[in-house]
Design a binder for this molecule. Structure first.
Ligand code: MTE
Ligand code: MO
Length: 408
């Protein structure tokens, strides 16, 4: 076995302001909140590190880094978004579990979005109360991921491209991590995706060893992590240890007992986890990053900017901004970095990655500024958080609103 050293948790990092998030198209590693509040595994012998590929296949294999390096490398620009992004705003409507503590841990109009989806448990409250403010959109990251396609890796174990079921009945690909977590009763973090997605080269599912051209760092999953573009972050398993081809979807905690969306009527007394499927694609989302929640601005022209992204490979069609709380709308201009190393075949480069938007508006009075996006399938964001409230506080993609006060 490889030698793993578990290190103690690192301290929380200071928060980058909202504006840092959109200061560049590709989020620099340093601007991204490091989720160091769990034991992060350290793989210190890269030559002996391997991913064991087993299950309902004919040719099991231990995949070493040298095997990985022999496969073609791809760079995919993809936005990773936690299902808990913007959770705090949902909690303001009606409390969602596990975030009661967050507001008091923070000050000055900075709000905690989910710290780390897998860590949203009240037992973490103590750690958090001593923490520094957390980034508003901490569960959000656009990066250029460098690695190999899972579809190519699965070919090495005899599963052809575009396979949805193996001869022995494998239908799902389970990713098992090295890290251990409380929710798995001390077992490893894990998740799965359908085999059809894993073997589809156009789905761009990667085993990534680079982020923004640098080797993946420990926080983000060194030496190898899964990146499932367009899907909630929870399925992009870090510190990959094993890949299992299985008949049913992964039965892990974060697939079966978390990251599901329930209707507003479901509460902790009547919840039936089996009644819902695990969240996969994330919905259309956008947020204003150039203004804090309550900002005092000078009257006149204001530049409103932020990000918009949708899941499932659906690009952003349009971003609308309102300066009167949603009565009248202006279309924002949107942009992506040109010259990206990777543009998905025949698709827009926003297939997996966010667009940044910008519009200059006139603000003369105190008001609410609102942004909403539509994606390429004409999906739109819900107007109010109440309509999508759910007890786990996931997928808050309601119109993003900031209040501005005009001062002189
Ligand atoms: N992988 C492992 N091994 N352990 C984890 O706790 N968390 C998941 C996912 N992969 C997690 C994991 C969740 S919920 C998210 S949102 C993303 O990793 C966050 O990835 P990042 O820390 O690189 O931003
Ligand atoms: Mo997450």
């Amino acid at each position: 076995m490889i030698r793993l050293v578990l290190v103690a948790q690192e301290p929380f990092n200071a928060e980058p302001p909202r504006s840092a998030l959109i200061s560049s198209y590709v989020t620099p590693v340093d601007f991204f909140y490091k989720r160091n509040h769990g034991p992060i595994p350290l793989v210190d012998d890269i030559d002996r590190y391997y991913v064991s590929i087993r299950g309902l296949i004919e040719n099991p294999k231990d995949l070493f880094m040298k095997d990985v390096r022999m496969l073609p490398k791809y760079d995919v620009t993809a936005t990773l978004q936690c299902a808990g992004n913007r959770r705090t705003a949902m909690s303001k409507s009606r409390t969602v579990r596990g975030v009661g503590w967050d507001i008091s841990a923070l000050g000055n109009g900075l709000f905690l979005i989910s710290i780390f989806c897998s860590r949203i448990t009240s037992s973490k409250a103590d750690e958090l109360s001593s923490a520094k403010p957390i980034p508003l959109f901490s569960e959000f990251l656009s990066a250029i991921w460098g690695g190999v396609k899972l579809a190519d890796v699965l070919e090495l174990v005899g599963i052809p491209k575009y396979t949805s079921v193996t001869k022995s009945g494998g239908k799902h690909v389970e990713f098992v991590s090295i890290d251990k977590c409380k929710e798995e009763k001390g077992g490893p973090y894990k998740a799965s995706i359908p085999l059809s997605q894993a073997t589809n080269p156009d789905a761009d599912v990667l085993l990534a060893y680079e982020m923004n051209g640098e080797p993946l760092n420990r926080d983000h999953g060194y030496p190898l992590r899964v990146v499932v573009p367009g899907v909630i972050g929870a399925r992009s398993v870090k510190w990959l240890d094993a890949i299992n081809i299985i008949a049913e979807e992964c039965q892990g905690f974060f697939m079966q007992k978390d990251y599901k969306m329930f209707p507003p009527s479901v509460n902790w007394d009547n919840i039936n986890w089996d009644s819902r499927r695990p969240l996969m694609d994330f919905p259309v989302q956008c947020a204003i990053c150039s203004l804090e929640d309550v900002d005092v601005i000078k009257p006149g022209k204001v530049k409103i900017s932020g990000y918009a992204v949708s899941g499932g490979g659906r690009g952003i069609e349009r971003v609308d901004v309102s300066v009167d709380g949603g009565k009248n709308w202006l279309e924002a201009s949107k942009y992506q970095q040109t010259g990206m190393q990777y543009i998905a075949d025949g698709m827009n480069s926003d297939k997996w990655a966010w667009v940044l938007f910008e519009v200059v508006v006139d603000v003369l009075l105190n008001t609410q500024i609102v942004a909403k996006a539509a994606d390429s399938a004409a999906n739109v964001q819900p107007e109010n958080v109440e309509t999508i409230w759910n007890l786990r506080g996931v997928l808050n993609n309601s119109w993003h609103r900031v209040h501005v006060r005009v001062g002189h």
